[in-house]
Design a protein around this ligand. Structure first.
Ligand code: C2E
Ligand code: MG
Ligand code: MG
Ligand code: MG
Length: 277
């Protein structure tokens, strides 16, 4: 009987795998349609400093499907990563963000609100990446300091010389770099020392339980201390409660992003958020 159950298990497993592959192909196909039909939208989540000022915002993509509604990037970014569509997706997002920054450039309320864009490793490692960024910066007349990139630690598994070279070029172009999801990846302190970074983003996984978990508290404390000594700014993501914010403040982290302040907002809502802040 065990044998029988085992057989069924394998069959079930194969069936699931088959389904998963079919689903993946379906999403890939529909994602290409989404690119054609302009269904990729950019939402913006404000970043707030201890003194209540808006210091920036993160651009986060959403798929606005005509039937299924808004689809979270968690559902399609991993598929886009493995299919290579992340390159097209990243290009669409960057183009839109540059367009928005351009539109905001005459509005004084947006003057000190740089926009951070998530850049995937595949996109960053493209030989023509820097050139394509340069092109957009020219096309939309993006002022230095108004555009930032968020990179993840997995980038440092690539040809480090190439990576550092590109980061320096971006810096020269006025694009500062944040290290996203810090602490969850492969970083070693050696990298921090040698990379032209301006900011560490403390991952939400360390923030969630910071009020109760001594380990999380210690990790964030150490991160902020290291960042301070290397003259890097820190920002905590996923701040949902006043309690979390207070703990972060005590530790010395003074810029926050999270639902406590605002969820990521659709373009028009973000614009009125800034106008009325
Ligand atoms: P991320 O870059 O670490 O972005 C932060 C994520 O945390 C966002 O999820 C944001 O909505 C969420 N978040 C912010 N504050 C809170 C909070 O207080 N509570 C909770 N529970 N969540 C919060 P989102 O928008 O679903 O994006 C997920 C991930 O998808 C991003 O993580 C990023 O890695 C990726 N992503 C999003 N847009 C892009 C993009 O345009 N390009 C690339 N390459 N990746 C993107
Ligand atoms: Mg990010
Ligand atoms: Mg992050
Ligand atoms: Mg994260």
């Amino acid at each position: 009987d065990a044998k029988k159950a085992g057989k069924n298990c394998i069959k079930y497993y194969n069936h699931n795998m088959q389904k998963e592959i079919e689903q993946q192909i379906e999403i890939e196909y529909r994602l290409n349609k989404a690119f054609e039909n302009d269904e990729i939208k950019v939402f913006y989540q404000p970043q707030i400093s201890l003194d209540g000022k808006i210091t920036g915002a993160e651009a986060l993509c959403r798929w606005q499907h005509p039937v299924d509604g808004i689809i979270s990037p968690i559902k399609f970014i991993p598929i886009a990563e493995s299919s290579g569509q992340i390159i097209k997706l990243g290009d669409i997002v960057l183009e839109k963000v540059c367009q928005h920054i351009h539109n905001w450039s005459k509005n004084s309320k947006f003057k000190s609100i740089p926009i951070s864009v998530n850049i995937s490793v595949k996109q960053f490692m493209l030989p023509e990446f820097i050139e394509s960024v340069e092109e957009k910066i020219k096309k939309y007349n993006i002022k230095k300091g108004m555009l930032k990139f968020e990179l993840t630690e997995s980038l440092f598994l690539n040809d480090l010389k190439k990576v550092v070279d590109k980061m320096h070029k971006l810096k020269e172009m006025g694009i500062s770099i944040s290290l996203d999801d810090f602490g969850t990846g492969f970083s070693s302190l050696v990298y921090l020392k040698s990379l032209p970074l301006s900011q560490l983003k403390i991952d939400r996984s360390f923030v969630t339980d910071i009020a109760n978990d001594e380990n999380d508290k210690a990790i964030v404390n150490a991160t902020v201390a290291i960042a301070d000594s290397m003259k890097l700014q820190t920002i905590a993501e996923g701040v949902e409660t006043v309690e979390q914010k207070e703990f972060l403040k005590d530790i010395g982290c003074t810029v926050y992003q999270g639902y406590l302040f605002s969820k990521p907002l659709p373009l028009e809502e973000f614009e009125s958020y800034i106008e009325n802040y």
